[in-house]
Design a protein around this ligand. Structure first.
Ligand SMILES: Cc1ncc(COP(=O)(O)O)c(C=O)c1O
Length: 447
């Protein structure tokens, strides 16, 4: 097929928007009316037309330290000149080991081993594979089933969409992994609307795991994976006691529990990880995003010593786990992550959300009287505003809010008809006020 006139000749600069097939984007809408960022510093993006846009979402839940932070910038610049790349297969470089040790020290014991990846999706696939291989290593090879949850988001790999539960992310991609079942989601506006913090109702949804276990028999189930706070589906805060109950049921039946902390990791709830916040320790934790404050792609899977040690058998010259990525523990990502951890520590960012969360909660819930709002929910520095969908046109109202907010100098994120907020952890109280004042006028302006 011949190329159309508009794409046949190379076009330089940003005039040709056609070639880039944008991810999770309404491509035709965007390309008619593009929204371009050309710079970022601290809490703000700079647009192509020179405007400042307040970052209400830490990029995509990742720039936890804000933008253009000097220590991270410098670390990346120095690393690329010093050691640009080193393989992590059968070779090492010092920063990979330093980073793993620092991460392990940050995560509650016994989650003291770290496997590096390049994204949240890869972390999820890695954790699922480790769970399956671990069960086999300990003589439980019949445990091959994986349990996810409705409305769960675990990235876009085939493992992640199989255990994930967002219909649009699944329906066009065939049969995915077999042997997967799903818990029900816990979202229940009829009982929990406008809850501040953890909802009172819904811990009983954890009992569904028993039903699934009885259906399949525990000897067939390897692992359960959930987001402690579900983010991408529109912020679902776990009901009080729910996660603890999942942990207990998994323990009773020899099932591994995986927390997907790709968004909750690195200070989002006011503790380093959600596992600290909820006081529930899983067997594996997936992370990414905030590990480098979004500066360089990186992910990390944490597992317990027991899991790691189960693989450390057989002849010493043999590879123990046939899994890894060309860019696992990439030197530049390791340097970025070490500088990010320094920045978090120096500025107390991993606990800052705890100091701000009450102020954040009050400001967020002050929008209760705005038009179309049917629920508001929050935890740590996460907030969600659920809007009544326009009849017959789901997602349109929230998307209008997104476009209007961008025009008015604020970046928000929308999923379905839900506005999700997760600003960088450096946000000031004045900026929280500014964020919600813009959002109030946006909600008053849209249809
Ligand atoms: C809980 C969770 N898991 C996995 C992912 C996928 O991460 P990535 O986009 O880096 O592959 C995300 C991304 O938003 C996420 O929120």
């Amino acid at each position: 097929m011949s190329k159309s006139a508009s794409t046949a000749a190379p076009v330089s600069g940003t005039n040709n928007l056609e070639a880039f097939w944008m991810p999770f984007t309404a491509n035709r809408q965007f390309k008619k009316n593009p929204r371009m960022f050309v710079g970022a510093k601290d809490m703000h993006y700079t647009t192509g037309d020179g405007r400042q846009v307040l970052d209400g979402t830490a990029g995509l839940w990742c720039c936890n330290a804000g933008h253009g932070r000097p220590k991270i910038v410098e670390a990346v610049q120095n690393q690329v000149a010093e050691l640009d790349y080193a393989p992590a297969f059968q070779m090492g470089h010092p920063k990979a080991f330093e980073l793993a040790a620092r991460l392990a020290a940050l995560m509650p014991a016994p989650l003291d081993h770290v496997f590096f990846t390049n994204s949240g999706s890869e972390s999820v696939d890695t954790a699922l594979k480790i769970a399956l291989a671990y069960q086999r290593a300990i003589g439980q090879g019949t445990r091959t089933r994986l349990i996810g949850r409705e409305r769960g988001y675990h990235g876009v790999g085939f493992g992640g969409i199989s255990v994930g539960g967002i219909v649009a992310n699944r329906r066009t991609f065939g049969t995915m992994l077999t042997g997967v079942d799903h818990l029900p989601h816990t979202h229940d506006i009829s009982r929990n609307a406008f809850t501040r913090g953890e909802p009172d109702h819904g811990a009983e949804y954890a009992e569904e795991l028993i039903r699934i276990i009885q259906l399949h028999d525990p000897s067939t189930i390897a692992a359960v994976i959930v987001e402690p706070v579900a983010g991408s589906t529109g912020v679902l805060i776990p009901p009080k006691g729910y996660l603890k109950r999942l942990r207990d049921i998994c323990d009773q039946h020899g099932i591994l529990l995986i927390f997907d902390e790709v968004i909750t990791g690195f200070g989002r709830l006011g503790t380093p990880f959600a596992t600290d916040f909820f006081g529930v320790t899983p067997d594996l934790v997936t992370t990414a995003k905030g590990i480098t404050s979004g500066v360089i792609p990186m992910g990390a899977v944490f597992c317990t010593s027991d899991i790691y040690q189960a693989f450390m058998t057989g002849p010493e010259h043999m590879i123990e786990l046939f899994h890894g990525y060309t860019y696992s523990a990439h030197p530049i990502a390791c340097a970025a992550a070490l500088a990010t951890l320094d920045t978090y520590e120096e500025e107390g960012l991993l606990t800052r959300a705890a100091e701000l969360s009450q102020y954040w909660e009050d400001a967020l819930h002050s929008l209760k009287d705005c038009p179309h709002v049917i629920d508001i929910r929050n935890l740590g520095l996460i907030g969600a505003i659920e809007l009544e969908p326009i009849a017959g046109e789901p997602t349109k109202r929230a998307f209008s809010a997104f476009l209007k907010a961008y025009e008015d100098g604020l970046m928000i994120r929308t999923t379905g008809d839900i506005i999700a907020l997760s600003p960088p952890l450096i946000i000031s109280k004045d900026q929280i006020d500014e964020l919600f004042s813009i959002l109030r006028s946006v909600l008053n302006a849209i249809d």
